[in-house]
Design a protein around this ligand. Structure first.
Ligand SMILES: NC(=O)c1ccc[n+]([C@@H]2O[C@H](COP(=O)([O-])OP(=O)(O)OC[C@H]3O[C@@H](n4cnc5c(N)ncnc54)[C@H](OP(=O)(O)O)[C@@H]3O)[C@@H](O)[C@H]2O)c1
Length: 327
């Protein structure tokens, strides 16, 4: 059976996502929805999508749509996910899954109640180099991983009303970018026992820079997100037997460097593992596989994983005093 997608919110990421969707076999985009019908029609014409709707509700009422990809700003993820699940659709929702853990709990409960598949679109989890990294960590090739250094920062000059800086959209670097380094540390070091964070803010109240230290049972992660400078965007993972670098931009990496040996004798391996398309293909395939197997969640990026990651952003926000006006 061909699983059919609907996309709501036709901005930047929706354009990237549909190009990868078209690379995946036995699935198709059946409908797209925008708040304006002309925009939906232009998008549908460009990517040869059969249906174009001028409201999100119309797409949710289309019985041919099996799964909805939610590509709206962060503050709408909760409402749009709940609406889609209640309409009987499976859901893949962009990161950050929601603005806080309370919302994530309700999204999960709704998916379970409606018996529909739900996953956060955390595409890095399915990236081939990251999967290889996870394999090396799990089989002990790096020894005990005890230090991670990762950031996500680039220079932006957005106007205050933009999605990046507007607090009504839950703007700021933490939810836009910081979730990636937090994800890496969470996956490789586990849930932290201690969190320390500091931040600089824009006059809108949005966080411009956030520095985070996480202490877990086996080590420490040094993380950063920001809008005011461009970093080299290499993620560095260090263990007692070796280290691994995920090449820039590490969250969508196309390769890695591995150095095994900590005693002066090193074995180095540098390899490219190019993604199919931009790299959204893998999360799309995960959704299809789970839906076909009648699973409500992915075992690779589970409901609990999304909840714990969002709880971490909640803790960081508490530390830096970051609250959104609608909370
Ligand atoms: N996985 C990734 O690599 C990645 C990359 C970028 C962004 N994202 C995530 O994807 C989400 C969307 O990001 P984006 O960069 O695509 O944003 P964007 O370009 O601003 O697009 C968001 C879309 O949401 C819709 N929308 C609904 N209500 C809106 C409102 N009141 N104001 C503005 N737009 C509204 C709009 O679509 P219509 O006008 O068509 O209704 C808009 O085009 C964010 O949560 C972001 O974190 C993920």
């Amino acid at each position: 059976m061909t699983i059919k997608w609907g996309i709501i919110g036709l901005g930047n990421i929706a354009h990237q996502f549909i190009q990868d969707l078209q690379l995946v076999k036995n699935t198709a985009c059946h409908a797209v929805a925008s708040r304006t019908v002309d925009k939906a029609r232009d998008f549908a014409n460009k990517y040869e999508v059969p249906k174009a709707y001028g409201s999100y509700a119309e797409l949710l009422a289309d019985p041919q749509v099996d799964i909805v990809y939610i590509a709206t700003p962060h503050n709408f993820h909760f409402e749009h996910t709940i609406n889609a699940l209640r309409a009987g659709k499976h859901v893949l929702c962009e990161k950050p899954f929601a603005v806080n853990a309370k919302q994530v709990r309700e999204m999960i409960a709704t998916a379970v109640k409606q018996r529909r598949f739900l996953m956060e679109a955390f595409w890095t989890r399915f990236n081939p180099s990251f999967e290889y990294c996870l394999e090396l960590v799990e089989n002990g090739a790096l020894g005990v991983v005890n230090y991670i250094n990762a950031d996500f920062t680039f220079f932006r000059n957005d106007p205050p009303e933009s999605r990046m800086l507007n607090m009504d959209y839950a703007g700021g670097s933490l939810l836009e970018l910081g979730v990636y380094p937090l994800f890496l540390a969470y996956m490789l070091l586990g849930k932290p026992t201690e969190v320390k964070a500091v931040a600089h803010f824009h006059e809108t109240g949005a966080d411009l820079q956030v520095g985070i230290l996480l202490k877990s049972e086996q080590g420490i992660a040094n993380l950063f997100s920001g809008f005011q400078s461009q970093s080299d965007m290499v993620a560095k993972i260090y263990g007692t037997k070796g280290r691994m670098y995920l090449q820039p931009y590490w969250h969508e990496t196309q390769g890695y460097e591995l150095v095994i040996g900590n005693d002066g004798v090193y074995k180095t391996e540098k390899a490219q593992l190019p993604t199919r398309g931009k790299g959204f293909t893998y999360e799309i395939e995960e959704c299809l596989q789970c839906i076909r197997a009648d699973q409500l969640e992915s075992s690779k990026w589970s409901h609990q994983n999304s909840l714990e990651l969002t709880s971490l952003t909640d803790t960081v926000r508490e530390q830096i005093g970051l609250k959104y006006p609608f909370e």
